[in-house]
Ligand binder design. Structure first.
Ligand SMILES: NC(=O)c1ccc[n+]([C@@H]2O[C@H](COP(=O)([O-])OP(=O)(O)OC[C@H]3O[C@@H](n4cnc5c(N)ncnc54)[C@H](OP(=O)(O)O)[C@@H]3O)[C@@H](O)[C@H]2O)c1
Length: 329
């Protein structure tokens, strides 16, 4: 079968599928059918995390897709992420093993540190996934920051590669400064950086730095505000899908605004992981490999930069979790 999918070659020569399905906020009830449907349409990359609380349901979907012979395990790229409460080196391996068991896998293709945010440990039997609050049932719940060097967490991540539990490791939500520091002590360099990227937050310096260092970049929240309006972290009026320039280019190309944003992401050399639980969007989002934006259209989209970050722990930590924890300045 010829796949409507392209690949980005990573620093180690791996073929990283350019479009992945983001799974944040997809209800558990939907995933067992949605995952095989996605595989049948050509998706080979699934972006998961402990924190999304739905890894067993993704796992059931993967099991069904594999059982139906749609593809083999080797054709799939499964990413998951280490949650903030498991940064202590003693907790990294158990956290990874829990994710593997929930997903029904022996090995992950990529395991990422979810945030450079280090929170007090919460045992599995107390709460899983633990979320942001340390004490959700208390009268004034809050996050409980602790001081664990990211270098120690990274050392334990490297141990997972040595133990054969994960093929590659990387980070999310790191700045160039944190990446530069990581490169100074890493025995295994990060293969991937996953960060928020869309035309209102294109982060050209970060992208250039990663390209120069051979770190592949995955763009999350490619539709900008869409994911954050229901969480009251963005206004509908901030939607990049409705931006006049995006609508104009969509009309020129005879494509949807969503396809224009995903094509922009892929053409600037990132992998992109749109979330959808709507079958029409699922098909639309992978149908971007039979057209190209012109250099002029790319420049028009690049020029929309507003430095508007929707996923910012300094903002949502204080509003939703009663704790000021900035990581971006
Ligand atoms: N590492 C991190 O810290 C981090 C943070 C955030 C996200 N992520 C990852 O990145 C993934 C994607 O980001 P996201 O979920 O925040 O947001 P997103 O993919 O930018 O947007 C999802 C929203 O857009 C809608 N949508 C999907 N396809 C569309 C289309 N073609 N046209 C119009 N609307 C469309 C979805 O609704 P329907 O479902 O109805 O289609 C949903 O409301 C996540 O699922 C997660 O895997 C990682």
């Amino acid at each position: 079968m010829s796949l409507p999918q392209h690949f980005l070659e990573t620093g180690d020569g791996s073929r990283f599928p350019s479009i992945g399905l983001g799974t944040w906020k997809i209800p558990e009830a939907v995933l067992p059918d949605l995952v095989p449907e996605a595989v049948a349409m050509g998706y080979r990359h699934f972006d998961c995390a402990c924190d999304y609380g739905n890894e067993p349901a993704v796992g059931e979907g993967l099991r069904r897709a594999l059982a139906s012979g749609l593809c083999s395990r080797d054709d799939l790229w499964i990413t998951s992420k280490l949650w903030n409460t498991y940064h202590h080196p003693d907790h990294v391996r158990p956290a990874c093993e829990r994710t593997l068991s929930d997903l029904g896998l022996d090995v992950l293709d990529l395991y990422l540190i979810h945030f450079p945010v280090t929170l007090a440990f919460v045992p599995f039997e107390e709460r899983y996934p633990p979320g942001w609050f340390f004490d959700p049932a208390s009268e004034n719940p809050s996050m409980k920051p602790v001081r664990i060097p990211l270098a120690d967490t990274w050392g334990a991540m490297e141990g997972l590669v040595g133990a054969g539990l994960v093929k590659r490791i990387g980070v999310c939500n790191y700045s160039t400064a944190l990446l530069r520091d990581l490169l100074a002590y890493a025995s295994i360099a990060p293969q991937v950086l996953q960060v928020e990227m869309h035309p209102y937050l294109p982060q050209p310096r970060l992208l250039r730095f990663c390209h120069e260092e051979g770190i592949a970049v995955t763009a999350f929240s490619p539709f900008g505000a869409s994911s954050y309006v229901p969480l009251q972290m963005a206004l509908e009026s901030e939607s990049v899908l409705d931006d006049p320039a995006v609508l104009e280019i969509a009309a020129e190309q005879g494509r949807s605004p969503g396809q224009v944003l995903l094509r922009w992401a892929v053409q600037r050399g990132t992998v992109v992981i749109p979330k959808t639980q709507t079958p029409a969007h699922l098909r639309e989002n992978i149908g971007i490999f039979d057209f190209a934006l012109t250099p002029e259209e790319m420049s028009r989209l690049d020029a929309l930069d507003r430095r508007r970050r929707f996923n910012d722990p300094a903002e949502f930590g204080e509003k939703a979790f009663n704790t000021f924890y900035p990581i971006f300045d």
